[in-house]
Ligand binder design. Structure first.
Ligand code: UDX
Length: 452
């Protein structure tokens, strides 16, 4: 632990699992660098403060009703959060500034890029704001190009040209553009526009990525933006994880993995937000069953667009597999990926999952569902070439073929070698002279130099 810096930082995560995890990891990293940390958080999806006795937590009441909080349209929910949090966040932050002691002034705000309203609040309070971008630089490049993509006619995405290459952004195809299925595309464009512009207006952008992984995207952004950038990831590799899980992690996953052969298991998880149809759910079930491989499958409540957990799984599905399959509602994913029994990660390509898989050297099978996940998946399959995609619909035969590509064919060995190489780079970048290590020192100096 470094000497205390005599400065307090205020952090504000978006209340979703894939955003809370990296923000609290960042809190731990900056605390270990000597800063005191206050986390302002919404009451909706509030983190478990007892896991972080060294941090201070301040809840705000954003007054989201249960039906509003369960909106399945992620764009509308984000827009609503930016409206509802505005007053309570401003009141909370100005209270913190008023109460701050002379010995420990608040140096800056670090908020999620998705909370774009916070830039205006910080400006009005005269407090510098840094942005945490929880997704990759590769997808941010595309978000920043939305006006161009609209001008060129790539957006809104047309069903007729999904397979077409976006020539200005190879190897992305039109179907990889980071959009959501929404009836209100203009609402999405406005949201992305605000997210990008308020990020550009910040004092610095903190990325959960590393230079060696996203060199070209970071260089491109470095030319386009005047904002200083700090790729200091992978965050979870810095220190043992405190759990910021909103759902209870089922430990039976590890007990079950302990009984499996080394490098034999397909681990399947589609993260915290993706939702699939009952038909896709069944194809996944049969694809896994027919693959003859052991599988650990996270079926999160809400993963299937129906009311009941596992409602449509065939009778005796698991029993007939004689222990070859294990299903849980939520797993300790970092431990699962580090387990020697795991051979393949079938993922929705959320940015955290992608980084976590890279850091453990586990080849990926990708089924992206929404926004940035599609860009991440294309980078996994076509740029870093550390996984394959199950494209254009989930069918049990295709699923079986993808598992074979990774676990049986020579291509699978090549993919494994490449991801082990990336794993090595992910670990080296945090060593003394590594790129993320150096960037973190620069970030600390920058924070210490800003005047609020
Ligand atoms: C979404 C986006 O897809 C992602 O790219 C963006 O940056 C954040 O929001 P999400 O669906 O939550 O993310 O996926 P991901 O980014 O992969 O994050 C999921 C997190 O939950 C990971 O840290 C993972 O370790 C954890 N997890 C997942 C568990 O702890 N247990 C599980 O069973 C599944």
């Amino acid at each position: 632990m470094e000497q205390r810096k005599g400065r307090r930082l205020v952090l504000f995560p978006l209340p979703f699992q894939g955003h809370i995890n990296p923000m609290l990891q960042l809190a731990n990293i900056l605390h270990s660098k000597g800063f005191s940390i206050t986390v302002i958080h919404t009451t909706f999806n509030s983190p478990d403060a007892s896991q972080y006795p060294h941090l201070t937590f301040c809840p705000i009441k954003e007054d989201l009703s249960e039906s509003e909080a369960s909106i399945s349209d992620v764009v509308s929910l984000l827009v609503l959060l930016n409206v509802r949090c505005s007053d309570p966040f401003r009141d909370c932050l100005s209270g913190l500034l008023a109460e701050a002691s002379e010995e420990e002034p608040v140096a800056c705000l670090i908020s999620d890029a998705g909370f774009f309203f916070t830039q205006g609040v910080a400006n009005r309070l005269g407090l510098p704001r840094f942005v945490l971008r929880t997704g990759g630089a590769c997808s941010f490049v595309v978000f920043a190009a939305f006006p161009f993509l609209k001008d060129k006619g790539y957006l809104p995405v047309q069903e007729s040209n999904l397979e077409e290459l976006v020539v200005e952004f190879p190897p992305l195809k039109v179907k990889d553009l980071p959009v959501v299925d929404t009836k209100k595309p203009e609402e999405l464009y406005q949201l992305v526009d605000r997210m990008v512009n308020e990020t550009k207006a910040s004092s610095g952008i903190i990325w959960n990525t590393f230079q060696e992984l996203e060199e070209s995207a970071l260089t491109k952004l470095g030319k386009e933006l005047t904002t200083r950038m700090y790729p200091i990831g992978p965050f979870h590799n810095y220190c043992p994880a405190s759990s910021s899980s909103l759902l209870e992690q089922d430990r039976s996953s590890i007990a079950w993995l302990n009984k499996q052969e080394p490098r034999s298991v397909v681990y399947v998880s589609f993260g915290s937000m993706a939702a699939i149809s009952e038909a896709d759910f069944l194809e996944i079930a049969w694809g896994l069953a027919n693959s003859k491989r052991p599988f650990l499958w996270v079926v999160r409540p809400g993963l299937v667009r129906s009311n009941k957990w596992l409602v449509k799984l065939p009778d005796r599905f698991l029993e007939d597999l004689n222990g070859r399959g294990h299903i849980v509602k939520w797993a300790p994913q970092l431990e699962v990926l580090a387990h020697p029994a795991v051979a393949v990660f079938w993922t929705h390509s959320g940015w955290n999952s992608t980084l976590e898989s890279i850091c453990e050297g586990v080849p990926m099978m990708c089924t992206p569902c929404l926004v940035d996940q599609k860009v991440n998946a294309r980078y996994v399959s076509d740029v870093w070439r550390v996984g394959v995609q199950v494209e254009n619909g989930l069918e049990r035969e295709k699923i079986g073929m993808s598992i074979r590509r990774l676990m049986v064919e020579k291509e699978g060995d090549e993919i494994r070698n490449r991801i082990l190489c990336l794993k090595e780079k992910a670990s080296l970048c945090l060593s003394n002279s590594g790129s993320s290590f150096q960037c973190l020192d620069q970030l600390v100096s920058h924070i210490l130099s800003v005047e609020s």
